[in-house]
Design a protein around this ligand. Structure first.
Ligand code: SF4
Length: 299
């Protein structure tokens, strides 16, 4: 295959992948929602879960997005140091977003700052959002897609705490954000918390945290303990599915960290809603691909 033909093929695959991810939840999210549904003991909450799963079935049956807000598209790209099409990836992903917007279709959600014009195709200044990591000694590229809805962005915030606030201060900051705006994000939620030396690093880590597989734990035992404690704490707020109260409110709390400055504990929180539309696809250099997030799905 020529390079040009491979780019066209990859653009087409990525457009279909984005479209699919807007209509079908990934395996880990589906499994967790099913567990929460089965454990729920409040009648109204059970009814909400019943309607959520009906919504999910209808989205596939009718080939329509799960939610009217198909979000802003984010890509976290882990590109192999030997992958031959590094320079082409940005254009491939932008063109794929434009194509998926028409084909899926996706709601146009990119509004230019100050001019306040909707671009109509989900691309615009620094949109789709692209974050790059390098994988050493690899000739493949792994693309993590995330579709961020407006409601689920609402509880997001970041701050820089004094060290005297301690990690208790981090938990307090997260609980305050949840109490204030968690209900706007269509629970049950996935909550990502970043801790670092400065706010922008913490914010990026909090976003990466919500992309971790549901049920995974931070490798640091103390961080894993804090994840469990915060999950229990947020569940005690009692949102329940769609905020009508219930036994559980979060699919998980994921913590990601970076070494901090001695004088700061910067922290940030990002939230995903029950329609947690994420997906992972890996391309080899010959253009063949594997979908890692949705088993058994073909595009
Ligand atoms: S928060 Fe999620 S489920 Fe609720 S409207 Fe936004 S995208 Fe849809």
């Amino acid at each position: 295959m020529t390079q040009n033909a491979l780019m066209i093929e990859m653009t087409d695959v990525m457009a279909r992948f984005i479209s699919m991810a807007g209509k079908r939840l990934p395996d880990d999210v589906l499994q967790k929602l099913a567990e929460m549904r089965d454990e729920e003991d409040q009648e109204m909450a059970k009814e909400i879960y019943r309607s959520m799963f009906e919504n999910l079935e209808k989205a596939i049956e009718l080939d329509r997005p799960i939610c009217q807000d198909t979000g802003v598209i984010n890509f976290f790209v882990k590109v192999g140091s030997n992958y031959p099409y590094q320079l082409q990836l940005k254009k491939i992903l932008e063109d794929a977003v434009k194509k998926a917007t028409l084909d899926a279709p996706l709601r146009p959600n990119a509004v230019s700052i100050f001019d306040e014009e909707n671009t109509g195709d989900n691309t615009g200044e620094r949109t789709p959002f692209l974050h790059w990591d390098i994988a050493d000694d690899s000739d493949e590229v792994e693309i993590h897609l995330y579709m961020t809805g407006g409601g689920s962005s609402m509880p997001g915030r970041a701050t820089t705490l004094m060290p005297s606030a301690g990690y208790e201060g981090v938990a307090e900051f997260v609980y305050d954000a949840m109490v204030e705006k968690g209900i706007n994000a269509c629970p049950p939620l996935i909550v990502g918390v970043g801790i670092a030396g400065s706010m922008e690093n913490a914010a990026l880590l909090s976003k990466k945290a919500i992309l971790r597989p549901i049920g995974s734990q931070n490798q640091n035992p103390k961080a894993a303990e804090m994840e469990k404690a915060m999950e229990a704490g947020i569940n005690r707020i009692g949102f329940g599915p769609q905020g009508i109260s219930g036994k559980t409110s979060v699919m998980g709390v994921h913590l990601e960290t970076a070494a901090r400055h001695p004088a700061t504990i910067a922290t940030a929180v990002s939230v995903g809603c029950w329609v947690h539309r994420k997906g992972t696809i890996r391309f080899k250099k010959d253009g063949s691909y594997e979908i890692l997030s949705h088993k058994g799905v073909s595009l």
